[in-house]
Design a binder for this molecule. Structure first.
Ligand code: ZN
Length: 195
């Protein structure tokens, strides 16, 4: 089932995700639905918060992007990114490696907004996969960016928080309008539930 993607202004996007203790059928179902939702929106990553669940869970798949390279190392050895996709990260720990680099970024919770965001070039990642197995890797390029963007979501941090002040100011009207629209939608949903 394709889930509705939560937009900016919804409080769940600011919630830190709870750690997942056990991969229950509910979590497995959620993972499947997150993949379906991400693919339908042509995203390269989706966090649980973006489908309304504050959990330490994200899905990533960078295979569709051909013009922005990703790199992957497993135990210090270069590995094939495509073979490692799609990726489920549960309770991820992300350690930045390398210098910050600017790169274009968007977010499914902020339709039509794209900006240059500076983030460390590479990251070391330790997480559980969808079977509860520990996975460890070093990501670079677009994959490193996607991992950091999604790990931020799991902590209630949004890409607008990483924008330069000037860039964020340029989006001010759009951000305000999006927030108002999301809150109005939430209020309408609450009202219709009551009646
Ligand atoms: Zn996002």
């Amino acid at each position: 089932m394709i889930r509705e993607i939560v937009k900016y202004g919804h409080p769940v996007l600011r919630q830190k995700g709870a750690a997942i203790e056990k991969i229950t059928p509910d979590i497995k179902q959620l993972i499947a639905e997150m993949f379906e939702t991400m693919q339908a929106s042509h995203g390269i990553g989706l966090a649980a918060q973006q489908v309304g669940r504050a959990l330490q869970l994200t899905v990533i798949d960078v295979r569709e992007v051909k013009d922005r390279p990703s790199t992957l190392e497993l135990k210090g050895q270069p590995a094939e990114v495509a073979e490692f996709m799609p990726l489920v990260l549960i309770n991820p720990e992300v350690t930045p490696v390398g210098e910050p680099a600017a790169g274009g970024e968007g977010c499914l919770s902020f339709p039509e907004m794209f900006a240059e965001i500076s983030r460390p070039e590479s990251v070391d990642v330790k997480a559980l996969d969808e079977r509860g197995k520990v996975i460890e890797f070093r990501a670079g390029g677009l994959l490193a960016r996607a991992v950091q963007h999604e790990a931020d979501h799991l902590n209630g941090i949004l890409f607008i928080d990483r924008m330069e002040r000037k860039t964020k100011e340029e989006f001010r009207d759009e951000l305000d309008a999006l927030q108002v629209a999301t809150k109005a939608e939430l209020a309408a949903a609450r009202k219709s539930k009551k009646t």
